[in-house]
Write a protein that binds this ligand. Structure first.
Ligand code: F3S
Ligand code: F3S
Length: 105
């Protein structure tokens, strides 16, 4: 799967959402998250992010390793809805992301 990491926090550009052929990039309060079971590893989202927040899971920089589990944990209650557009924004951000200081100031 692909992973969204910290540079997305408080940016939420959503250029990635337009590219994903399976609509598996879901919106939280602070950032967006890729549903690991729905992502088909096409790679289309990665180059379009203006802040380079998206990585293949094996290429996530060490400093952002917690985001690998964060992308999965976001879906603990949501599960695998099969499409982000019908779900909309969900404030299920993992606790450590909710607690991050504002990144857009
Ligand atoms: Fe975030 Fe980049 Fe997508 S900022 S919403 S990962 S285009
Ligand atoms: Fe979607 Fe492909 Fe990225 S399935 S999340 S655009 S790797």
């Amino acid at each position: 799967t692909y992973i969204i990491a910290e540079p997305c926090v408080d940016v939420l550009d959503k250029a990635c959402v337009e590219e994903c052929p399976v609509d598996c990039i879901y919106e939280g309060d602070r950032m967006l998250y890729i549903q690991p079971d729905e992502c088909v590893d096409c790679g289309a989202c990665e180059p379009v992010c203006p802040v380079e927040a998206i990585f293949y899971e094996d290429d996530v920089p060490d400093e952002w390793e917690p985001y690998v589990s964060a992308n999965a944990d976001f879906f603990d209650d949501l599960g695998s809805p099969g499409g982000a557009s019908k779900v909309g924004k969900t404030e299920a951000d993992p606790a450590f992301i909710k607690g991050l200081p504002p990144m857009n100031e």
